[in-house]
Design a protein around this ligand. Structure first.
Ligand code: SAH
Length: 349
């Protein structure tokens, strides 16, 4: 690995040794990258000039570049489009809540999970992101705004559990006391339900929140929305959730995108309640964000309310996700996609 920003303290010690420096320099280097959120070696003024240029030669810093920032006039939500060192672009979102700032990051360039309602998956998977590239989305936004980031959700483009090792490395870096020190309780990873990796994650014993994209009350309907449902049954996925709770003591979140006429009836709510009752969980209802490539429509306000009420009758915790940044390319992957479409168009003309 020659990605300096993905390295933990031990690995940085080895780098220092290799480049003829004392091991204690590793702590300084780590703090520059993960606490002071440096964007170049230049800034690291307590390291010698010689060391900095040896670092630059052996481990190029390669910062993310901000290509575009969109700011919502409604609620101050900001969408960032970043360019990676290899020219790929990814997007991240800053959401401002009363309880603090939350950044939503991407875990891959594109995605291969193929969920029918999601814009991120249309061009397929291009490549996974390194741990450093995940962390830097947070650092860049914190630097650019000058504001503290207290929560990170891995809910942008990509399937985090399809990039397992880099994801876990990122979670450890961002929660490291020598780094930004974001509490693990303020980190959320959202997955479409890759069962073996959910179980593996449980065994890491991190205190993060696991959010499962359920989106349907049974396997049949889930298959029409999410190809992953052909691979793992709902029973298997929910078993993995129970296991996650047993191992970590962390309450699960279930995400449920309400798609008009597909999964939003009262029977759907009954069936869903039957499947998840007794599980220590919280349901997050998301009126689906329509994308132009698909003809799904969002459920009406009343339908959403009724769905919520039904679940609550069973004693299930439910919230309706408040829409943020509705006036900027809202849904997952739409900013990146519209940017790529536009540049493709320009190349052709
Ligand atoms: N791959 C992960 C995380 C990325 S998506 C996962 O599947 O969970 C984050 C959440 O947004 C998921 O619940 C996903 O299903 C949902 N989502 C994607 N596109 C959406 C859309 N157009 N409207 C509403 N929710 C959407």
């Amino acid at each position: 690995m020659n990605d300096i920003k993905s390295m933990n303290l031990e690995e940085l010690k080895a780098v220092c040794q290799e480049l003829g420096e004392k091991p204690f320099r590793a702590k300084q280097l780590f703090a520059w990258i993960h606490q002071k959120m440096a964007s170049s070696y230049e800034e690291m003024t307590n390291l010698s000039r010689g060391f900095r240029s040896r670092l630059e030669e052996t481990y190029p810093f390669r910062p993310l570049e901000i290509v575009q920032v969109q700011t919502s006039r409604l609620d101050g939500t900001q969408k960032y489009l970043f360019e990676l060192f290899d020219g790929n672009v990814i997007e991240s979102v800053l959401m401002r809540y009363h309880h603090g700032n939350s950044v939503c990051i991407s875990s891959q360039v594109g995605c291969r999970m193929g969920c029918r309602f999601c814009a991120s998956t249309i061009g397929g998977l291009v490549r996974p992101l390194s741990a450093g590239e995940m962390a830097e989305q947070v650092y860049q936004i914190a630097r650019h705004t000058g504001e503290r980031v207290s929560n990170v959700v891995v809910m942008g483009t990509g399937e985090p559990l399809d990039n397992y090792d880099n994801l876990v490395r990122f979670l450890r870096l961002i929660s490291s006391p020598e780094g930004l020190n974001i509490s693990q309780r303020n980190l959320t990873v959202s997955t479409c339900g890759i069962v073996p990796n959910m179980r593996r994650l449980a065994q890491e014993h991190l205190q993060i929140t696991l959010a499962l994209s359920l989106h349907a009350p049974n396997d049949e309907k889930r298959k029409t929305l999410m190809p992953i449902a052909y691979r793992y049954t709902m029973d298997e996925v929910l078993d993995a959730c129970r296991y996650y709770f047993r191992e970590t003591g962390r309450r699960l979140t279930f995400e449920y995108a309400l798609v008009g006429g597909e999964n939003d009836s009262q029977e759907d709510a009954d069936q869903l309640a039957g499947r998840i009752r007794g599980l220590n969980c919280h349901v997050n209802l998301i009126p689906v964000n329509p994308i132009k490539e698909r003809n799904y429509v969002r459920s009406g306000k009343k339908v959403v309310e009724n769905f919520k009420n039904k679940l609550e009758k069973y004693g299930i915790n439910v919230t309706i996700r408040r829409e943020m940044g509705a006036d900027i390319d809202g849904a997952c992957g739409q900013l990146r996609k519209s940017y790529i479409d536009k540049t493709d168009q320009e190349r052709k003309t």
